[in-house]
Write a protein that binds this ligand. Structure first.
Ligand SMILES: Nc1ncnc2c1ncn2[C@@H]1O[C@H](COP(=O)(O)OP(=O)(O)OP(=O)(O)O)[C@@H](O)[C@H]1O
Length: 254
């Protein structure tokens, strides 16, 4: 394994007696794209939020390129691009204005912010809305996701953590996003995405971690984890299939 972009070491979070993350430990090499998969409530969002400095862990440490995210947040966050779950964005701005202020808050030179913002809006097909002066509050769910991604990319981070980046994004934009992520990884960046879409993870990621009940059940290269099977089958095998009860929802459609 080359240099380690992320090292999550024993991240633990207890929500009122319920362990949402139970000593989550994961290494993500630079130049790799890791898919974090798990059932609803598995602890993906909680783990990623602790990994990027958005949710303080009860125990454990998160490092990005060797920098402790909680001890040195400014240094760590300069290297991180994050698309959190349920990103709260300033609503009364256009996408371009939002990127402008975001970049300035990041300490970027205004000319670079302007050029990159224009390029990101165009690549993510938000430029037409920008020309019409559409405010973020008027954006569709997929457009909000795309402007969130643009904020994550704007400062050219070394590592990206994207919670469900493809959710609600149309197929054309999804293809553009896959291309952007592949290029980012080819240039040595590291990406972690969470997703429920196994086909997407199989197509895009070279590493995968399966998490359930707040614990990482398995992680490794896609081929190691799949071991010749389909990822969905490995997932269901590890996580456990809920047996359909006799007569379940018998009223439905009757
Ligand atoms: N702020 C919170 N307060 C209390 N419990 C929480 C909080 N956030 C998450 N949880 C609980 O922690 C557990 C893990 O939630 P989390 O959102 O990390 O799962 P997830 O794997 O991202 O799920 P999904 O795939 O449904 O988005 C769940 O049982 C959830 O109810």
């Amino acid at each position: 394994m080359g240099s380690v972009a992320f090292h999550l070491d024993g991240l633990t979070k207890d929500f009122s007696g319920r362990l949402a993350a139970d000593a989550v430990t994961l290494r993500v090499p630079a130049g790799s794209l890791t898919g974090l998969v798990g059932p609803n409530g598995a602890g993906k969002t909680t783990s990623l939020a602790m990994a990027v400095g958005l949710l303080r862990p009860d125990f454990g440490t998160a490092y990005v390129h060797g920098v402790d995210v909680w001890a040195e947040p400014v240094r760590a966050k300069a290297m991180l691009g994050v698309l959190p779950d349920g990103l709260a964005l300033p609503e009364r701005l256009t996408g371009g204005e939002l990127l402008h202020y975001w970049g300035l808050l990041r300490g970027m030179p205004p000319a670079a912010v302007r050029d990159r913002a224009r390029e990101l809006l165009s690549v993510l097909e938000l430029d037409e809305a920008e020309e019409r002066g559409v405010l973020v509050v008027e954006y569709s769910t997929g457009m909000r996701k795309k402007i969130g991604l643009a904020t994550a990319l704007l400062h050219n981070p070394k590592a990206l953590v994207l919670d469900e980046p493809f959710e609600a994004v149309d197929p054309v934009s999804a293809r553009v996003l896959r291309r952007i992520l592949r290029r980012f990884v080819a240039a040595g960046g590291a990406v972690v995405i969470s997703s429920h879409v196994m086909g997407l993870v199989e197509e895009l990621c070279d590493r995968v971690a399966i998490i359930a009940g707040g614990r990482v059940l398995v992680d490794g290269t896609l081929d190691e984890v799949r071991a010749g099977a389909r990822l969905e089958d490995v997932f269901v095998e590890l996580v456990g299939e809920r047996a359909a009860a006799e007569g379940e929802l018998a009223w439905l459609g009757s």
